[in-house]
Design a protein around this ligand. Structure first.
Ligand SMILES: NC(=O)c1ccc[n+]([C@@H]2O[C@H](COP(=O)([O-])OP(=O)(O)OC[C@H]3O[C@@H](n4cnc5c(N)ncnc54)[C@H](O)[C@@H]3O)[C@@H](O)[C@H]2O)c1
Length: 344
């Protein structure tokens, strides 16, 4: 099987990881770079190998022969040209999260890809962490029974001015929800194998924030299967040391994850202490992103069902939109109704 000839579009913070991961993959060949910033192209050539480099995706596709797939690591706003280019040429697309900055726009993109009959995968790399895979396994096997309620806490002081970190979240609307919580909402759906029913949420900005719009999200979700999840996320914590805790209380015990990349333990109701779960070694941002790429290739080349499809992603984006509406209105929002209106 020959390697999938892949064009990488967007060479910022995330694009650099994608270049590394595509380069390391035996299943893909990195055939060129696209970014309007000459310095980004230059750096990519130096770090990841000299390849044809272009400021514009249409230019790249006209010049490079036999491109077979596009990876988009561009900001979520302004991807229309890249999506259109892929659809016109029937090129499978792997797009970074969030697919768009509104549910409606994301749904238009999903329909565009379906009409063009091309796979559209969203880069939800946290699904491919060993800690996530183990959690799914433990819940499926019923090691601590069936989940009934959970608390998901993500507290981080994210210095939005730090070098080599994207800058657009500083001025965007709801940066926490669209950029960060979207991963968490996707993980909840994935790990529990459940779909959101309602959301009650408040978003706000602390007085010391460096972001133009809300970085704090406090939400209660109900899911199918009588599951309630209490979510608290912030990018502007009062302390620079990050804190992550995701605890799920089940009919016969608990599961708890103490770090976003690992530290999984469980306890049955009367256990005196937690039992740590051993996890396979992990190279941060590489192992997980490689998992996304492998799943993409398995579908595009191997014909297996597409994981993290754009259509599936709409359900997580609906949770984001429900949070925004709930915070604006002060009322609980029916997530199912939002999705029904969309597919209606
Ligand atoms: N999955 C993850 O863990 C993860 C982590 C970080 C970022 N991301 C996502 O990756 C995407 C990019 O984020 P980032 O941190 O790399 O942002 P960034 O601002 O660092 O980089 C974006 C790059 O895209 C380039 N670009 C802009 N318009 C372009 C166009 N039309 N054609 C080609 N290139 C263009 C910019 O010049 C820049 O180099 C976002 O959707 C973000 O949410 C995902």
């Amino acid at each position: 099987m020959s390697a999938l000839r892949t064009l990488l579009v967007g060479l910022g913070a995330r694009g650099a990881f994608w270049a590394e991961v595509i380069n390391r993959s035996p299943d893909c060949e990195l055939v060129g770079y696209v970014d309007p910033r000459p310095e980004a192209l230059q750096q990519a050539r130096e770090r990841f190998g000299d390849r044809p480099a272009f400021a514009d995706v249409d230019e790249a596709l006209a010049a490079i022969e036999g491109v077979e797939a596009l990876v988009l690591a561009t900001p979520p706003e302004g991807r229309e040209q890249q999506i259109r280019a892929a659809c016109e040429r029937k090129l499978p697309l792997l797009v970074e999260k969030p697919l768009a900055l509104s549910l409606e726009e994301a749904a238009v993109t999903v329909r565009q890809a379906e009409e063009a009959d091309i796979p559209l995968m969203v880069g939800l790399n946290f699904r491919y962490l060993a800690v996530t895979e183990e959690t799914v396994w433990l819940l499926r096997e019923g090691v601590v029974g069936r989940p009934e309620f959970a608390r998901f806490t993500y507290e981080r002081w994210r210095d939005g001015y730090r070098a080599r970190l994207n800058k657009y979240p500083l001025s965007m609307v709801h940066p926490m929800l669209w950029e960060q919580s979207i991963h968490h909402f996707d993980l909840m759906r994935f790990v529990y194998g459940a779909e959101p029913e309602t959301a009650y949420c408040k978003t706000w900005n602390p007085s010391w924030t460096m972001y133009a719009d809300d970085t704090n999200v406090s939400a209660i979700f109900t899911f199918t299967g009588d599951l309630v999840v209490n979510y608290q996320g912030t990018w502007q914590s009062g302390w620079q040391e990050p804190h992550f805790e995701w605890r799920t209380d089940c009919t016969e015990g608990i599961l708890t994850q103490g770090d976003q990349f690992g530290e999984l333990s469980f306890a049955r109701r009367h256990d005196p202490s937690l039992t740590p779960v051993s996890l396979s070694p992990h190279e941060q941002w590489i192992t997980d992103t490689s998992g996304v790429l492998r799943a993409f290739v398995k579908s595009v080349v191997g014909g297996e069902p597409l994981e993290c499809s754009g259509r599936d992603h709409l359900k997580s984006l609906a949770m984001v939109e429900a949070c925004i509406t709930s915070s604006e209105t002060g009322r609980a929002v029916d997530v199912r109704a939002i999705l029904e209106r969309l597919t209606g």
